[in-house]
Design a protein around this ligand. Structure first.
Ligand code: FAD
Length: 413
């Protein structure tokens, strides 16, 4: 009986296993993950789950009974150590070997570690990253009113944690090396909107700041403070806990050790295939051609994990359905929905609708008179039209685009 083995029981791996059964795949499906949990959604980790509003079982993508019903052989707590391509086998953490006919790598990524003076060899108990359920379980007990939280990194994870923490009554300071928040993914208008949103609720910022080191206690088990330079002036911030959110490193080591090409992710084609016809890679760990950018991209988002698993199911079922979706993403901060579509890199003009001083507005990024990306904040009804604008690539009139009285739909037509 043919065997598909999936390494990584995360969002992409979980969707793929279920998708194979939904499409009528009859062979064996094995889903191996090194975490203690069945596939779960990570977005609530930095939002409702950290806040205590979402339960563990709500995080799970599917109830355990579904894996039984679908005859998916889910093996949690199982780490894959190596791929032996010539014999089509895997080495597992317990020393055993497992054969495969088709292998899908859905290994995701891990939080980028902070390398700072003062930290050498130490693993302080109050220094955290946020990638998994166990990360949240380790930090949640310290989210108490009055606690001093220093967040290093002004990306989505850092900002979402800041929002949860001030709402729980912590004193939050967020440090960012760039002069503005979310600088890699959004325009200055949106950065300042988000900064204001947080400042109004009491989050303090040190933008364009240089983190110089961590002060540990004598036993080197607790961080006591974070030293930094802000506008050239040295400063020591006291901290009861520190969260580092400075990005993700894709888990590509299995692939590279097996001789597969890796370049900011495991290199795959538009059908999720590596150069080995029996090995595919999907989700955060994969670098794929993008019909949208014309180049290669590695995306870190749930919509990408879902779309990429759909492409891989088609490939494994003998169909050829290239990845064609446009990147999109969302974030929740203070109950406000931020939705982003496209990639704004290289835009020439930013057109806004609504009021950046108010609670809701949208920013459209134009290049060659076409909308290449949009950020829609607190206006969910506008998001579908924004998506259509980006995907249709029609030329738009910037004045009409900026006029909230002109229906967005009429521009996409
Ligand atoms: P993962 O979900 O990371 O799964 C990979 C799994 O593989 C992990 O369980 C890992 O432990 C396991 N693994 C790795 N190596 C091995 C091995 N050798 N053997 C066995 N198992 C292995 N996206 C959004 O679109 N919107 C959001 O609001 C959003 N918020 C987020 C908030 C947080 C805090 C985080 C961490 C992510 C968020 N994301 C969000 C991103 C989204 O969760 C990821 O893009 C998505 O989980 C990627 O799915 P994946 O299956 O590729 O990787």
């Amino acid at each position: 009986e043919e065997r598909i083995v999936i390494v990584g029981a995360g969002q992409a791996g979980g969707e793929l296993a279920a998708g194979l059964r939904k499409q009528g795949y009859k062979g064996r499906v094995l889903l191996l993950g090194d975490e203690a949990h069945p596939p779960y959604q990570r977005p609530p980790l930095s939002k409702g789950f950290l806040q205590g509003k979402v339960s563990l079982s709500d995080l799970y993508l599917k109830p355990l009974a579904t894996y039984e019903r679908f005859e998916i052989e889910l093996k949690t707590g199982t780490r894959v150590e190596a791929i032996h391509r010539s014999s089509r086998e895997l080495s597992l953490g317990d020393g055993s070997r497992l054969g495969y006919d088709k292998l899908v790598l859905a290994t995701g990524g891990r939080a980028r570690p902070l390398n700072l003076p003062g930290l050498e060899g130490a693993r302080p108990e109050n220094l955290f990253a946020l990638r998994s359920i166990s990360d949240v379980e380790a930090m949640r007990g310290r989210f108490v009113p009055g606690g001093k939280l220093v967040i290093i990194g002004g990306g989505y994870v850092g900002l979402e944690v800041a929002a949860v923490a001030v709402q729980l009554g912590l004193e939050v300071t967020l440090l960012e090396a760039a002069p503005r928040l979310l600088s890699r993914v959004t325009g200055p208008e949106v950065s300042s909107f988000i900064e204001r949103l947080h400042r109004e609720r009491g989050v303090r910022f040190r933008l364009a700041c240089e983190v110089r080191g961590l002060e540990l206690d004598e036993a080197r088990r607790q961080v006591r403070g974070v030293s930094l330079a802000y506008h050239g002036v040295p400063e020591l911030l006291e901290a009861d806990l520190v969260l580092v959110g400075i990005g993700l490193i894709p888990n590509t080591e299995l692939a590279s050790a097996a001789g597969l090409a890796v370049d900011n992710g495991i290199v795959v084609d538009e059908y999720a295939c590596t150069a080995d016809p029996d090995i595919l890679a999907i989700g955060d760990c994969a670098n794929q051609p993008s019909a949208y950018t014309g180049g290669r991209i590695r995306l870190e988002s749930v919509p990408n994990a879902i779309e990429h698993s759909r492409v891989a199911v088609a490939t494994l079922m003998g169909k050829r359905e290239p990845y064609a979706a446009i990147p999109w993403f969302w974030s929740d901060q203070y109950g406000l929905k931020l939705q982003m579509v496209g990639l704004s890199t290289g835009y020439e003009q930013c057109v806004t609708r609504g009021s950046a001083e108010g609670k809701e507005f949208s920013a459209f990024y134009l290049k060659d008179r076409r909308v290449i990306a949009a950020d829609v904040i607190g206006r969910p009804a506008e998001f579908m039209a924004a998506k259509r604008l980006v995907s249709s690539r029609v030329e738009v009139d910037a004045t009409r685009l900026g006029d909230a009285a002109v229906p967005l739909n009429s521009l996409a037509a």
